[in-house]
Each structure stands twice: as structure tokens, then as C-alpha cells.
Write a protein of this length. Structure first.
Ligand code: NAD
Length: 286
């Protein structure tokens, strides 16, 4: 048997989407979403519920989670899966572990969207970023993704799953440099991209897929609260958008849905860029 046939022989048919799966793009799947009370996390929760998944919404903020839960129920009234909330600080491994283990009684996790992240207002350039802000950012944005990925793998193995999808939120700043620096944030997103790529390769033969989402600047509180009504700061960014606008959280959620579903069964290790063409642009339309 040559190398090619050996590999084909080893391919696990259970990992290949046939197109004949039950209706509902995530029917029967159990998902954890971190940062589920925020812009991208909530929109993704709603889409996942509409497509038949059960969702554990996790976030560091309990009041925001409660509001997000009622919004999710309102926006996905015909959901067939469960939806529950749990307070999780992604920088604490015990919190993530407890969230993942709580899905044991649901039949184990199939999807985790490691989405929680911060961009601190005191994050600046190499000179002005304090070590405290650097460490805080790495603890949430990088360690949080590592913990989520680690416990997803442990759970998928425990439940003998032959498919699993882990989606980690990076950013376009992991791909292009910005003259408006937030160095700790940029470094953290570069780490998410590299970590996700390596995990994708390590776990490929187990059927566990890892992809990184790279959103462009969005209309969510994370960025918009920081920009406020400073028109000069806004213009500095908008001029680089081929579409002339910030992205919407729902446009990221649609990509996450694809990556979570079996439709993307051969998509692994990608830097999945959802940016309206921003990272491909030289001169943008006037
Ligand atoms: P958001 O601020 O609306 O939501 C982030 C959520 O994460 C919030 O609900 C917050 O409470 C939660 N969170 C913060 N720290 C946490 C912690 N330690 N543990 C658990 N939850 C925590 O932001 P968003 O725009 O929805 O961002 C989601 C992800 O997308 C982030 O990783 C962000 O870096 C990334 N991203 C955002 C943009 C953008 O322009 N908004 C662009 C690129 C990437």
C-alpha cells in the first residue's frame, strides 16, 4: 500500500459530512460559548439555538448573562435544544473545567467557541503599556483560549466523539499591523492564531477541528464604547474599510455557525477572516 492509500485507508468516514445529516445545521450538538453576553457571543448563541444546538452561555458578568439569556430566548422562540447560563472567568481553569464537565449530563461537548476577550483602554505601545495590562490581557485572551481548547479535547475524548469543532476568536490585528497600537491585545491575538493552527494539526486525526476567527473592527461594545463619539479616531479606521463600514456581530456569527457545523468538515487550521476585504486592501474606494 502506498502512502496515499494508507492515508485514505485511515480516513474516518464518521468525520466526513454527507449532506444527509438531520435538519438544523447544528441539530443534536452541544455547544459552549464564552463571552456569550457580548456582541459576537450573543448573536452566535441565537444562531446556534435556531439551528438546533443546545447552548451553555458563559460569561464573567452574571447580570449581562441574565439579560443575554432572555434576549436569546426571545430571538430563538422555536429552539429545540437547551439553553443555560454559567458564570465563567476564562482566565480561571477551574471555571472552564466546571463548564465543560457540566455538559457531561447532556452527552458531552461537541463545539466550543472560545470567544471571550478584552481590549483594555490602557493598552498602548511598547513604551506605555504597563505589565499589569499586558498580563491581564494575555491571561484572558490567550490562557482562556488554551483552557477552553484543553478541556474541549479532554471532554471529546472522554465521550469518545469522532468529531469536534473548536473555534477561537483572534482578530485581523493578528494579520496586519496597526499604527494605532494596542500591543498587548495584538500580541494576544497573534498567539491565538498560532496556537489554534498547531492544535488543528495535533488533533486532526482524532477528528477535532480547530479554526481561528479573525474579525475586522465591529459594531460591538468592545470597540464602540472605546471609540465613543471621537470622530477623528473613527475616521482613522473607517478610511481603511473597503466597504466603508464596521462589521456587525451577526456577520461573525454566521461564519462561526459554518465552522461549528459539519458543513465545514474539511476546514481545519484556518485563519478564517471575516473583514469585508480589509486585510486584502491597498487603496480603498473614496
Ligand atoms: P464584547 O465586549 O461585546 O463581548 C466580550 C464578552 O466577553 C463580554 O460579555 C465580557 O463580559 C466577556 N468577558 C470579558 N472578560 C471575560 C473573562 N475573563 N471571562 C469570561 N468572559 C469575559 O466584545 P465582542 O466584540 O463580542 O468580542 C468578542 C471577541 O471578538 C473578543 O475576543 C474580541 O477580542 C474579538 N474581536 C472583536 C472585534 C471588535 O471590533 N469588536 C474585532 C476583532 C476581534
Amino acid at each position: 500500500m502506498n502512502g496515499f492509500n494508507t492515508l485514505n485507508h485511515m480516513a474516518n468516514e464518521a468525520q466526513v459530512a454527507t449532506g444527509l445529516e438531520p435538519r438544523g445545521r447544528l441539530a443534536g450538538k452541544n455547544a459552549i460559548i464564552t463571552g456569550a453576553a457580548g456582541g459576537i457571543g450573543l448573536e452566535t448563541t441565537i444562531l446556534f439555538l435556531r439551528e438546533g444546538a443546545s447552548v451553555l452561555m458563559t460569561d464573567i458578568s452574571e447580570p449581562h448573562l441574565a439579560k443575554a439569556l432572555s434576549k436569546a430566548k426571545e430571538m430563538a422562540p422555536n429552539a429545540t435544544g437547551r439553553v443555560e447560563t454559567m458564570k465563567v472567568d476564562v482566565s480561571k481553569e477551574a471555571d472552564i473545567e466546571a463548564a465543560v464537565q457540566s455538559l457531561d449530563s447532556w452527552g458531552g461537548l461537541d463545539v466550543i467557541f472560545n470567544n471571550a476577550g478584552i481590549m483594555h483602554s490602557d493598552d498602548a505601545d511598547a513604551v506605555d503599556t504597563s505589565e499589569k495590562i499586558w498580563d491581564l490581557t494575555q491571561n484572558i485572551n490567550v490562557k482562556g483560549v488554551w483552557f477552553g481548547s484543553k478541556h474541549a479535547v479532554l471532554s471529546l475524548r472522554k465521550h469518545k466523539k469522532t468529531r469536534g469543532s473548536i473555534i477561537n476568536t483572534a482578530s485581523v490585528v493578528a494579520l496586519v499591523g496597526s499604527a494605532t497600537p494596542q500591543l498587548a491585545y495584538t500580541a494576544s491575538k497573534g498567539a491565538v492564531l498560532a496556537m489554534t493552527r498547531e492544535l488543528a494539526i495535533v488533533h486532526a486525526r482524532e477528528g477535532f477541528r480547530f479554526n481561528a476567527l479573525c474579525p475586522a473592527p465591529l459594531n460591538t461594545p468592545l470597540l464602540q464604547d472605546w471609540l465613543g463619539d471621537d470622530q477623528a479616531k473613527r475616521h482613522r479606521r473607517e478610511v481603511h474599510f473597503p466597504t466603508g463600514r464596521f462589521g456587525e456581530a451577526i456577520e461573525q456569527a454566521q461564519a462561526v455557525l459554518f465552522l461549528a457545523s459539519d458543513e465545514s468538515s474539511f476546514v481545519n487550521g484556518t485563519d478564517f477572516v471575516v473583514d469585508g476585504g480589509m486585510t486584502k486592501a491597498y487603496v480603498t474606494p473614496e
